[in-house]
Design a binder for this molecule. Structure first.
Ligand SMILES: Cc1cc2nc3c(=O)[nH]c(=O)nc-3n(C[C@H](O)[C@H](O)[C@H](O)COP(=O)(O)OP(=O)(O)OC[C@H]3O[C@@H](n4cnc5c(N)ncnc54)[C@H](O)[C@@H]3O)c2cc1C
Length: 255
């Protein structure tokens, strides 16, 4: 289980599970920078590159608000200039006026240790792959699969939940074989996330208010499920799943 050390993760659920929350997407980046990247005592050049690629890709693809995007531009500029000292990294984030982690909305948990940062990180990564695929739909020279590589490098270098990192990297070793078509950028991450959901369902990581299931449930997307589909053995209509994810992680669905 990933401990969310921040009280900003907890509270009554008021969020709509059909929506994406801007504050959660920003929190994912803020927490990544303050707690995963700037806490590294021994930064290496390739690590800084993995961080810059991740933040730059998120900034480029995810429809975040203008003010936050400007802050990220300064953060990236400072990261690119760093001489790899921990103190300088922290100063770079302060000088860029990076805000602290704030109260989660869609990813708020109802008991300690649930939801929060890992939830928001998944949502950020899905937003990245969905918007990479949309970019490809407009410009066929754009390669959406490279976003999966950026995500793999980031998780492999920085994700502080070491067993989550190990499990993810085991699956991500197969990206080159399993993600070959542009839409696989979206569907590969969706499949991997469902593998994690199924493994963790019913464990202590489950928030009783939002139990882990194969996503999307029939309540969220009826047409994603073919006849005879169950949560234990879903029969997916992949065209419908793709359509659902493009809509769920779209700019129009962000509150
Ligand atoms: C890369 C990664 C690997 C992890 N590995 C582990 C691990 O090995 N062990 C462990 O204990 N914890 C692991 N975690 C944490 C775990 O997956 C959950 O993030 C955490 O338990 C919080 O769960 P949650 O109920 O908020 O929902 P989450 O699983 O975090 O999902 C957040 C939201 O994403 C949406 N969603 C759910 N499934 C999908 C899907 N398939 N496709 C698209 N959107 C979806 C839903 O709206 C959901 O509310 C990992 C997290 C990450 C980011």
């Amino acid at each position: 289980m990933i401990e969310s050390r921040s009280a900003s993760n907890l509270g009554a659920l008021t969020a709509d599970p059909k929506k994406l929350y801007n504050i959660d997407l920003e929190n994912a980046i803020v927490r990544t920078l303050w707690h995963e990247i700037a806490t590294q005592r021994e930064l290496k050049r390739y690590g800084v590159q993995a961080a810059v690629d991740f933040i730059e890709t998120a900034k480029d693809l995810v429809p975040l608000n203008q003010n936050f995007t400007s802050i990220l531009s300064s953060v990236i500029e400072n990261l690119n200039k760093t001489t790899l000292s921990h103190e300088e990294m922290v100063l770079g984030l302060r000088n860029a006026s990076l805000p602290p982690e704030r109260r989660y909305e869609g990813c708020r948990g109802t008991r300690p240790g649930t939801r929060g940062y890992p939830c928001s990180l998944w949502m950020l990564m899905h937003s990245m792959t969905v918007n990479a695929y949309k970019r490809y739909q407009q410009d066929k020279t754009y390669d959406p699969i490279k976003t999966l590589h950026v995500i793999r490098n980031y998780i492999g270098t920085f994700f502080s939940c070491s067993w989550c990192q190990r499990h993810f990297m085991d699956m991500a070793r197969r990206i080159e074989m399993e993600a070959t078509k542009p839409e696989d950028a979206v569907l590969w991450l969706w499949r991997v996330h469902n593998t994690v959901n199924v493994r963790l369902a019913g464990t202590i990581t489950d928030d009783p208010a939002r139990p882990k299931v194969n996503f999307p449930s029939p309540a969220l997307c009826k047409t994603c499920h073919k006849e005879g589909s169950t949560n234990a053995e879903p029969l997916w209509d992949l065209d419908e799943v793709l359509k659902f994810l493009l809509n769920f992680y779209s700019a129009e669905n962000i509150v």
